[in-house]
Design a protein. Sequence first.
Length: 251
Amino acid sequence: MNQRPYVTIFSTMTIDGRIASSTRFSELSCNYDLARLRLLRGAHEAVMVGANTIIIDDPTLRKRLEPRTTKYYRVIVDGKLRVSLNQRIFREPGPKVIVITASNDKEKIKKIRELGADVVKVDTLGDKGEVDLREALQILAENYDINSVLVEGGGALNYSLLRQRVVDELRATITPYVFGAGVSIVNDYLGTGFRDRSESPRLRLSCVELCPCGQCVHVAYTLLSKCCEPRLREPPIEFCLSERLRRLVQS
């Protein structure tokens, strides 16, 4: 595989690893954590989410803090083109939207393109219909010159990226809540997952810090098991951000 963008996963989760409850409630972030999310967006050249995030949360993914570049794309991974044409990300003004899909629905592809978004067709892997994310990332690098991607979930997309070994950095803010059920930060919908330590991606702790709110902990890990090296050799932003966030939110 040719060079791909640097990929950072960031999620905010409960202490039992849930990013959403059984009712899909997912509002977990404090003001500092929201600032962290937008600061990370500002450091990356694209943000990526899965279809469920768009369908359930209907975000625009526009807000950024201290952008380091004017280049900024919003990427949706939607293997079966399940997103609605009425989603805010299509209807409201904002940076370019790119939809990654394996669908052959020519009529819906045409309608999405008429809304101003690009649709990129990729292959699937095996008999599970999983989108080939290595191919998708290579296209983002080669066709759009994207050097870094921030992934905001959901859990299924996080799992696919980790399974295909295309993640460079994994970040999580741990909040003082417990759901007991719901969507995990890394979620294999088939229920198999990584079966033991030998199958798990290997990680190295790069940062652990108390959130300025005093109730949450943020951790950042560097991935050691990767399919290939990214374009960027250094992270787009420093691992520990709490002091910077304190100044941003309190100023």
